[in-house]
Design a protein around this ligand. Structure first.
Ligand SMILES: [Zn+2]
Length: 310
């Protein structure tokens, strides 16, 4: 290597060092979380996302910061409206949650926010999120034939259950019932498993497992994960005795395979409300609690909502 090119290399190393240093300082700047996305838009609007790269089955926390209250503010994620709410009267920012469905095709998606400016002109701004495949294991199960190949009557029942569930989850109550953090519905339990597991039942591929399973003794009390309203409380073919809670803004939690149900549709619940007891009703191999979370119909890992305050 000639002296000249050696010096050039040293020069380059120096520049590289400065770039690395600047990068580190930026990453450590207050209020800046690594991986977070911040998009500055016109009219003093800033879009914030807790992550620019995410995986199937994840929850995204979004925020719109406004210089002054914006008119007709609306959020959209891949063609679905994402509700936005203010924490206080004059907070200067709006909050929202985006659920990335566990079967959402990997790719790049826009979170688009639109509003009207003071002159009444329609404005919009987008931030982008890359969705990567989730790391889900595959499970092979052998179950009684009646549950794998339901007879026509059972099939009809299962389809009716599904239709009913879809109609409930489709509703976006424009009100926030929850206050503070969500909690795991079993006392003293923090971890569960099986979310996203691809199931092969008696050799046939089935829809992925959309909830988190908590092993627990039959009879263990099950509590509401947060305040809300009971949207469903009845026995369903696959999930047995099931309770669905509407927490508002398109957020629902589901509790399945209960031995008994202690609430009824329309009831208001809080963190202290016992919904029922752990059981083994429906399509199960033993007693456990199946806990599901859907955000705007997207099936999300429920444990993600207890890890952060939405
Ligand atoms: Zn389950």
């Amino acid at each position: 290597m000639s002296l000249k090119s050696h010096c050039k290399w040293r020069e380059r190393k120096k520049i590289l060092g400065i770039v690395v240093l600047v990068g580190t300082v930026l990453a450590l700047a207050p209020g800046r979380v690594p991986g977070q996305v911040r998009k500055t838009c016109e009219g003093g609007v800033t879009l914030k996302l807790n992550a620019g790269i995410t995986a199937q089955g994840s929850l995204l926390i979004v925020e719109v910061a406004e210089a002054k209250p914006l008119a007709e503010l609306a959020g959209d994620w891949d063609g679905r409206e994402i509700p936005l709410w203010r924490e206080g009267e004059k907070s200067g920012s709006l909050h929202g949650l985006i659920g990335v469905d566990l079967e959402k095709p990997p790719g790049r998606y826009a979170w688009k926010v639109s509003w009207k400016n003071a002159a009444g002109e329609a404005k919009s701004c987008s931030a982008f999120v890359t969705v990567r495949p989730g790391k889900f294991p595959t499970e092979r199960l052998t179950l009684e034939k009646q549950f794998v190949q339901p007879d026509p009557e059972q099939q009809k029942r299962a389809e009716e259950d599904q239709k009913k569930m879809r109609a409930i989850l489709e509703n976006v109550t424009p009100e926030r019932f929850w206050d503070g953090k969500f909690q795991v519905p079993l006392k003293g339990v923090t971890t569960g498993g099986n979310f996203g597991r691809r199931r092969i039942l008696n050799g046939e591929a089935r829809s992925p497992h959309a909830g988190v399973d908590f092993p627990a003794l039959a009879g263990t009390p099950v509590f509401a994960a947060q305040a809300g309203k009971v949207a469903l409380a009845e026995e369903l073919y696959y999930s047995g005795n099931t309770v669905v809670i509407d927490h508002g803004y398109g957020i629902y939690t589901l509790y399945a395979h209960l031995s008994q149900i202690e609430v009824k549709p329309g009831d208001s619940v809080t963190l202290a409300t016992e919904l029922g007891k752990v059981g083994a009703t429906g399509r199960v191999t033993g007693p456990h609690l199946h806990w599901g979370l859907t955000v705007e119909r997207a099936r999300v890992n429920a444990l993600q909502i207890v890890q952060r305050e939405p």
